[in-house]
Design a protein around this ligand. Structure first.
Ligand code: UDP
Length: 469
């Protein structure tokens, strides 16, 4: 990759929202920027910074860590909460971030600018959810850049909230009032009334907090000079067209570099033993099962999943986070691990992109978070969809109806996906060549877009070239 040499020495400050599915893609974007010889300071709130340092074997626990290869420096700021605040209260965190980050980011920029007079912060790339710091960027003389981790469709929905409210399609809580669905364009899948990004059926208070957050994003995101999105035009052209300022630069995928393992950004400890286990399996034989960082299940649902996998008779690699069972450690059905033996492998956290790019991986039982969606699509892996909340339902529509690279695992009337449904859909996946063929085509489309001369490649080049002007 050519290193850009300009008159100025640009320096990017990257500020993710403190959630796994937000930190990871912004780090991938930061790596793309750093690869062009531009310095990036990547700043997390303290507790996230500590998790990342703890899960990067080559790092010390210092406040600032250098990864010379990548040109990236990790830094941290306080999260603004007081010791008596509940550390698991996400809404409290959101509120305190809103009030405290502008001050902490200003202090950090001042500190960096004093110690690096030739390389002052020239650009601030922040997650759209942290949109309130674009003002800070301007005050500090840095170009404000918004980074949108979800699909262009999810972003368009957020951007359209004021209009949908004004036209009476949504009420003040974000509930759909006039119809069963919301549609923004003929060629973008519709949203079912309880499957909006902020929908929380049965919990109106939480829904309103998420909805207010979406409204705030729609009001503030235009303060940014650039708006970058982890998608590519070719896979959702109509949704991209709904936000004319959106620059698609994805899918952001990991490029393996054995010489210099990148900063991992994992909140959990990655278990690489599954890669050797995958090596021992025939090509296209393994069902990979992972629900991202937030989804949780009842014990009944976990039992059904365990039996569904066992009864399928297929090899499976299942990510069972330590908090997957409604915040606690999962309990397996009696004798499950002994019975599946070498046929099944359970890990707490997988090197997901290396699993998805492994030849033994056949399909991906996924909650359809947008990162997982992009990683599966970018690696040509078909999906068995099991959305949990938020934009995951809409991502499922893309996967199953638009791109035709997946099947739904349907819940029963009580909301539980039964062992028979799970086993049945796994069987169907292995019998349906069409899904795999479409998934391989999808991989080619993504590769073309991020490859030299492709639409995402050109958009990213345009953005990076402006950084050095
Ligand atoms: N991930 C991972 N190992 C795992 C499970 C997930 O590295 O075992 C990563 C995955 O590659 C993705 C992120 O965690 O980049 C999850 O983001 P996503 O948007 O899919 O879901 P969320 O966690 O936000 O629900």
């Amino acid at each position: 990759m050519e290193i850009i040499k300009g008159k100025k020495q640009p320096h990017v400050l990257a500020v993710p929202f403190p959630a796994q599915g937000h930190v990871k893609p912004l780090m991938k974007l930061s790596r793309q920027i750093a690869k062009r010889g531009i310095k990036v300071t990547f700043v997390n709130i303290q507790c996230i910074h500590e998790k990342i340092v703890a899960n990067n074997k080559n790092m010390s626990g210092d406040n600032i860590n250098h990864n010379e290869e990548d040109n990236i420096i990790l830094a941290s700021i306080p999260d603004g909460r007081s010791p008596e605040d509940d550390p698991n209260d996400t809404f409290k965190l959101l509120e305190s971030l809103r009030h405290s980050t502008p001050g902490f980011v200003t202090e950090l920029i001042e500190k960096i600018n004093i110690s690096n007079p030739d390389q002052k912060i020239s650009c601030l790339v922040a997650d759209i959810t942290m949109a309130w710091i674009f003002e800070t960027a301007e005050k500090m003389g840095a170009v404000p850049v918004a980074f949108s981790p979800p699909s262009a469709a999810a972003f368009a929905l957020v951007l359209h909230t004021p209009k949908l409210l004004q036209q009476g399609f949504l009420d003040a809580n974000g509930s759909v009032t006039k119809s069963e669905t919301i549609s923004l364009s003929e060629n973008v899948p519709t949203w079912q009334k309880n499957e909006l990004t902020w929908s929380f059926s049965g919990d109106l208070q939480t829904q309103k907090i998420f909805f207010d957050c979406s409204k705030r994003i729609s009001e503030t995101v235009n303060q940014a000079t650039w708006l970058l999105s982890n998608t590519c035009y070719e896979i959702e052209p109509s949704a991209c067209d709904l936000s004319p300022n959106l620059l698609s630069i994805g899918p952001l995928l990991e490029s393996p570099n054995p010489k210099s393992p990148p900063i991992s950004c994992n909140f959990y400890s990655e278990d690489e033993s599954c890669l050797a286990w995958l090596d021992s399996k025939p090509p296209g034989s393994v069902v990979y099962v992972s629900f991202g960082s937030l989804a949780v299940f009842s014990q009944q649902q976990l039992d059904e999943l365990a039996f569904g996998l066992e009864n399928s008779g297929r090899a499976f690699l299942w990510v069972v986070r330590s908090d997957l069972a409604n915040g606690s450690r999962a309990v397996y059905p009696d004798g499950f691990l002994d019975r599946v033996g070498e046929v099944g492998k359970v890990v707490e956290w997988a090197p997901q992109e290396r699993v998805l790019s492994h030849t033994s991986t056949a399909c991906f039982v996924s909650h359809c978070g947008w990162n997982s969606t992009m990683e599966g699509a970018g690696n040509g892996v078909p999906f068995l969809c099991w959305p949990y909340f938020s934009d995951q339902y809409h991502n499922q529509s893309y996967i199953c109806d638009e791109w035709e690279i997946g099947l739904r695992i349907e819940p029963g009337e009580n909301g539980i996906r039964t062992r028979d449904e799970i086993r049945g859909k796994i069987d169907k996946m292995f019998c349906d060549d069409r899904l795999k063929k479409n998934a391989v085509k999808m991989k080619e489309v993504c590769a073309e877009s991020v490859g030299e001369g492709g639409s995402s490649y050109k958009n990213l080049e345009m953005f990076i070239n402006h950084l050095v002007e």
